[in-house]
Ligand binder design. Structure first.
Ligand code: SF4
Ligand code: SF4
Length: 216
């Protein structure tokens, strides 16, 4: 059985003012008054408070960082076309396995608009499982999926927490109307495969022939 550790008791002499308590109470009230007057003055400042103790949410909101990760949206291009081609790379990158993508063809009459490209027939993100890591955003080479600025994600039921394609597009339109779209990501450069000379021996930078030929 463990023995209880005995803490050394530090005895100190209290001053006369400490012993009568009155001065300590005055000191405490002085500090309270200082904070009270500061907060009253802060609450009369116009606009969002600069150094408030409380933010009057939802009226006052802190500005969010440009890299903030909130509710997802699926982007459209300048012509109103969906950028997502349904490749499923985002679903593969998702560590929470909460994305389901089904590739499909553009709706009838819109084949020309998409110039033969595929689109996602259905797109689902289960926000109850999402850990908001942003891997899906990074994995998308088309710059079609973003984690937007909306952070009010609470719902009363589970159903609306599954974001379908319509919801993701609506999130995009909302962010665009509020001027809160994320800056477009540059496409990820993909290294071209190295071309090997055909019919000739590959020559190393030192000028030696490489391959299965044995050195004599
Ligand atoms: S943010 Fe992370 S967990 Fe959420 S859908 Fe994207 S990859 Fe999955
Ligand atoms: S969002 Fe991007 S990565 Fe995901 S399916 Fe669409 S194009 Fe592919």
């Amino acid at each position: 059985m463990l023995k209880p550790i005995k803490k050394p008791v530090v005895k100190r002499e209290y001053t006369f003012l400490e012993r009568i308590y009155l001065w300590e109470i005055v000191k405490g009230l002085k500090l309270t008054w200082k904070h009270f007057t500061f907060n009253v003055r802060a609450s009369f400042r116009p606009g969002p408070h600069t150094v408030p103790t409380c933010w009057q949410y939802p009226e006052d909101r802190r500005p969010i960082a440009p890299i903030f990760r909130g509710a997802h949206y699926l982007a459209l291009d300048e012509k109103g076309r969906e950028l997502c081609i349904g490749c499923g790379m985002c679903a593969r990158a998702c560590p929470a396995h909460c994305i389901k993508v089904k590739r499909g063809k553009p709706p009838e009459g819109q084949e020309e608009k998409y110039a033969g490209k595929t689109i996602c027939e259905s797109f689902e993100i289960d926000m109850l499982r999402c850990i908001v890591c942003g891997f899906c955003e990074e994995a998308c080479a088309k710059g079609a999926l973003y984690l937007g600025p909306d952070y009010e994600l609470a719902e009363y039921e589970k159903g609306p927490c599954i974001y379908d394609k319509e919801r993701l597009l609506a999130n995009f339109r909302k962010a665009r109307a509020e001027g809160k779209l994320k800056p477009k990501r540059k496409p990820v450069p993909v290294a071209a495969p190295e071309k090997k000379p055909v019919g000739k021996k590959a020559v190393s930078p030192e000028g030696k022939a490489s391959g299965s030929q044995k050195e004599k």
